[in-house]
Design a protein around this ligand. Structure first.
Ligand code: RB5
Length: 334
């Protein structure tokens, strides 16, 4: 039997999620939604293709990992509200609905989607939900309520600084507010093997970073050290900038870039360790593989690296500073 509750029974709603793993049809600040702690249950009830992502409803902005200070500042102005942000491939939103926030406070973050069978119109109220989802008499809770807003949330992708869906707010404006005046500069170059990957990286991330493309301009075979030196020299004199170099493996570029005094370059092939190169080694150049890694992974590597910074004033970094000094002392003696 479908369980029917009202917002006055908030503890029971939470219990249906936490104890019984139910999917709950519930009013949100936009269209009627379904929420659950189990993403598979939402996919099943909505007959939704699994490649389509769900939104993760969070209680406050601190539950979104890895936001930059600028992203945090701007998004705080729209939350709680009809703005969804994608970070690290996950969609997050703080809904502007008091009771829904009370619920998330009890249950923890919840997966969510609009309350409809995939491809069909969203339902307008909880009564309609009883018909639409009638065959799910087990594992379903319906909370009395109605659609409060017809416009869906605006969706922006913070991995690429692009607007995914224009909704209640102007996504372009939000991205502009986040990036204005603070776009980080990246000097980028490749060899012939990395040329197409370089183009694809610039095209994917051009809204997020200021790219200075130091060549080459075609896939005609060239010698990678010359381009590694070009980027190294620029990064050396423009101390706030970062260098990205792409060749077949990433290795040759790395060896060559490290011959420029003051450059700390590493080849990164796994997004999971990209941040460490900056946090522990204060790297100022990263080199990527075009032949043995995907565009998607290389984008994640760049974002994870750029999202953090090395704080030379933090006493906790004393050991890293000492080790980096040993390296630069050796470099100065060579
Ligand atoms: C070019 O074939 C290839 O050797 C170069 O792109 C790079 O992988 C060198 O390390």
């Amino acid at each position: 039997m479908i369980q029917k509750l009202t917002f006055d029974q908030i503890e029971q709603i939470a219990d249906s999620i936490k104890t019984y793993n139910n999917v709950v049809v519930i009013e949100t600040d936009t269209v009627m939604g379904v929420v659950s702690s189990q993403p598979e249950a939402i996919y099943e009830i909505k007959q939704r293709p699994t490649e389509k992502k769900l939104i993760y409803f969070v209680h406050d902005i601190d539950q979104v990992p890895d936001l930059t200070p600028s992203e945090k500042k701007v998004i705080s102005k729209y939350w709680p509200g009809a703005l969804t942000v994608i970070k690290g491939g996950v969609s997050y939103r703080v809904p502007n609905h008091k009771n829904l926030l009370r619920l998330i406070d009890i249950t923890g973050p919840l997966y969510s989607s609009s309350a409809n069978i995939s491809g069909q119109n969203p339902i307008k109220n909880s009564l309609e939900a009883e018909n639409v989802f009638s065959k799910y008499d087990n594992g379903l809770t319906i909370v009395k309520g109605k659609q409060l807003g017809s416009q869906p949330s605006t969706v922006i992708n913070l991995d690429t600084y692009t607007v995914v869906r224009q909704g209640k707010y102007d996504g372009k404006k939000i991205i502009y507010q986040i990036s204005k005046g603070i776009k980080q500069k990246i000097y980028i170059a490749s060899d012939h093997a990395g040329y197409e990957m370089k183009k694809a990286i610039i095209s994917t991330l051009k809204n997020k970073y200021e790219f200075k493309d130091l060549g080459p301009k075609s896939t005609k075979p060239i010698d990678y050290p010359l381009y590694a030196f070009k980027v190294g020299e620029k990064v050396k004199t423009d101390s706030k900038s970062i260098g990205v170099l792409i060749c077949g493996t990433g290795f040759g570029m790395c060896i060559a870039a490290n011959k420029v005094k003051g450059i700390r370059a590493v080849t990164i092939t796994d997004p999971k360790i990209a941040a460490m190169a900056r946090l522990h080694n204060n790297c100022n150049v990263i080199t990527l593989s075009a032949r043995f890694n995907t565009l998607d992974n290389n984008i994640k590597i760049i974002n994870n690296f750029m999202d953090v910074s090395f704080d030379a004033k933090d006493p906790a970094n004393e050991r890293h500073i000492r080790r980096l000094k040993l390296i630069s002392d050796k470099e100065n003696k060579c």
